[in-house]
Design a protein around this ligand. Structure first.
Ligand SMILES: [Zn+2]
Length: 315
């Protein structure tokens, strides 16, 4: 009964939202997608874990890769190269400075990774933070700056078009239309981008807090300006069961941003900004941990060892 009520609430919310949009598609595929989405939302919700204050596992997702180059930086550089360069540098900074953190990468080389496998890696490893790194693109070459996104309903057409471009990566996957992980999502459908953002994300506040830090530290580099924290429906964030953001670290179509992002030094600066955001976020979250941290608590006596004369308890 509860499930049915939830399902009907999700459907009603989605339909209400759709009413305000101009519908150009046939209704049947939308209804199918809605039904699938609601069902998969319910089963996914039950898998969500409570937000942990410890930040021990971080997944770094370098956008695109392999046959998917991402956006084109005027033939000088491709998005997939920049995202990998920043991702690897960020991972190394974390590993060198935050020894208690385990870093996992969705890719460490120039390879094609299906979109659904990226959040899947984070979920399987119980990650505490998911950072997807991308570069922006616009026909207007004066558009410049970074934007950090969390999952949510877009407020402007501009934000929607960023999500549409990034989500279109799935069209490079074979059989994406029959892949249950995408729930019948069609990258060309504006409705698809709206519907799945209506699912309430339990990690919204933490994601937003981290996103603000990312934008703050990118602005502090003085190399790329901040365009702020935004929301849109990104498939790669959809099913992450932890705080997660997608950061567009600058526009490859803007000559000044591109000049920064294509160089190893510029990538280092962006990685450093992301690292500072991670360090600050981790410190802030972990300050909430109880003082009697289980890690520091005395170990329980191994009663089994006490009963064995040949296995004395060492101090
Ligand atoms: Zn991208």
């Amino acid at each position: 009964m509860k499930r049915r009520k939830l399902l009907s609430e999700v459907q009603t919310a989605a339909k209400d939202s759709l009413m305000s949009e101009t519908l150009t598609m046939k209704k049947a595929p939308i209804a199918i997608f809605l039904g699938f989405l609601a069902a998969s939302f319910i089963s996914f919700q039950s898998k969500q874990k409570p937000l942990s204050d410890a930040v021990s596992v971080i997944v770094i997702d370098a956008g695109h890769g392999g046959k998917d180059p991402g956006c084109n930086g005027a033939g000088e550089v491709f998005e997939k190269q920049v995202t990998l360069g920043v991702a690897l540098r960020l991972g190394k900074l974390i590993q060198d400075s935050l020894k208690d953190v385990k870093v996992l990468y969705t890719r460490k080389t120039d390879e094609f990774i299906e979109l659904y496998k990226r959040p899947e890696l984070a979920n399987k490893n119980n990650a505490d933070l998911f950072i997807s790194i991308h570069c922006n693109s616009n026909k207007n070459t004066t558009a410049a700056g970074s934007e950090t996104y969390l999952m949510g309903l877009h407020k402007t057409e501009g934000n929607l078009s960023v999500a549409k471009r990034e989500n279109a990566a799935i069209t490079m996957e074979t059989n994406y239309q029959s892949n249950a992980s995408y729930g019948g999502f069609e990258p060309e459908s504006p409705e698809g981008h709206i519907i799945f953002t209506l699912v309430q994300n339990a990690y919204m506040e933490a994601s937003s807090g981290f996103a603000s830090k990312v934008e703050h530290h990118i602005a502090l580099t003085g190399k790329i300006k901040s365009r702020g924290v935004k929301q849109a429906g990104f498939l790669v964030l959809w099913r992450t069961a932890m705080p997660s953001v997608l950061v567009e670290i600058g526009f490859l179509t803007n000559p000044a941003d591109r000049a920064v992002l294509k160089t190893p030094d510029g990538q280092k600066q962006m990685a450093n900004a992301l690292f500072k955001a991670v360090r600050e976020y981790k410190k802030e979250r972990e300050s909430r941990l109880p003082k009697t941290n289980p890690v520091n608590a005395p170990k329980a006596i191994n009663r089994d060892s006490l009963t064995r004369p040949n296995n004395p308890v060492r101090p």
